[in-house]
Design a protein around this ligand. Sequence first.
Ligand code: 13P
Length: 252
Amino acid sequence: MTRQRVVFGNWKLNGTRAEVDAWAACADEAAAAAADSVLVGVAPPAVWIERVAARVGAARVAAQNISEHARGAHTGELGAAMALEAGADWTLVGHSERRQLYGESDATVAAKVSAAFRAGLGVVLCVGETLEERERDATWAVVRRQIDLALPSPPPSLDRIAIAYEPVWAIGTGRTATPEQAQDVHSQIRGWLRARDMRAAAQVRVIYGGSVNADNATELFACEDVDGALVGGASLDPAQFAAICATAAAAR
Ligand code: 13P
């Protein structure tokens, strides 16, 4: 079966008001051009979610992170229902920067996934190994543990989950995984899904992140189990982001 591709731009801690207006307009054009073949979305800083959501029609809007708590004494946090009300319909969960810089454990990631589903947000679950883990051949053990502990079984609606494989050593380094390295992990993730649920294996999108750009997108999207991309740096360049979306639309 052909899975609809997914391309999300993760803006991280970037974007003035003027920049996010320009990036949102461009992402929306790219989403409209890709039509049904690609789900295009952007993940702005939380303060811009409502503004971006008001400016896009075809593109989806994701939070970069949500709290595992719904409300209460949690200064600085963003509730899933708040993100939804502000106009997000997806959220990233478990990005390696959250895990590494802000100490998010697998248990916290699992609680955030549950909170997102409870609120009605789609989830892009981010997983991936560090260079040290890859070098001692622990890649699949790490990725499997991260998925195992985060995804409820059986998962809720399958079109509201994407798994983003983002090897930590490829994020923001300009060092992309080769298509073979990406396909290898993606096919293991697909196998993990298949062992639980054939329908999940067929439908859940597994996307790649880590120095994706307009030049390497074609060969990554040619991989059988690479269903799209989570794009960091290149999503801040409207022409490149549009090119990546167009490449996804043309692939397969
Ligand atoms: P880069 O594309 O800048 O490597 O970032 C990837 C990423 O972390 C997307 O979430």
